[in-house]
Design a binder for this molecule. Structure first.
Ligand code: HEM
Length: 148
């Protein structure tokens, strides 16, 4: 994958803003997360077990919604830091530790997560630049999962 250039980062941040729209972003984040996690569990059924602590058995429960909101607001913060590499990398290092601490969270699952995320984005966005997303999400996902 190519380096996430300043221009790539601009495109990703602008397109991500289009996903969120101008108003309340939590409902959109939750809906997007639901699509991604449902897709992940369909493709990799055993990955469900990683989320028992957050009550994955009821994906509409407060616990699971809170979990998905943590993931999506985390993603939002990372995307918004694409122009601040030092801050971004320290956030990624912290997330890498939090994921490495969970047994069973494997590198491969991030590929599945990524592919579902890309197909959701391409459906949500009229203007979607796959190369910019590929370049910048590689940095983000590798930053979290590179050592797994
Ligand atoms: C927890 C972010 C992808 C598995 C979390 C938390 C955040 C987060 C912020 C909460 C951390 C904490 O409170 O300890 C992200 C982001 C991702 C991502 C930004 C992608 C861009 C994934 C993937 C998996 C995964 C692909 C594997 C299937 C987990 C697990 C937890 C977790 C098992 C702990 C759930 C619990 O609280 O019991 N993630 N995550 N994450 N994540 Fe991720």
């Amino acid at each position: 994958s190519d380096h996430c250039s300043y221009e790539d980062a601009d495109i990703v941040m602008k397109e991500w803003q289009h996903v969120l729209g101008n108003g309340q972003s939590a409902p959109i984040l939750l809906r997007t997360a639901n699509v991604i996690f449902s897709g992940l569990f369909e493709k990799e059924p055993t990955s469900r077990d990683l989320f028992t602590r957050v009550n994955v058995g009821d994906m509409h429960s407060g616990e699971f919604l809170a979990h998905t909101l943590r993931v999506m607001t985390g993603l939002d913060e990372l995307i918004n830091k694409l122009h601040s590499p030092a801050v971004l990398d320290s956030m990624l290092a912290h997330l890498a530790e939090q994921h490495a601490a969970r047994d069973g969270v494997k590198h491969d699952l991030f590929y599945v997560f990524r592919d579902i995320m890309y197909s959701s984005l391409s459906q949500l966005l009229d203007e979607y630049n796959p190369d910019a997303w590929k370049n910048c999400m590689f940095h983000i996902l590798y930053g979290i999962a590179g050592a797994l």
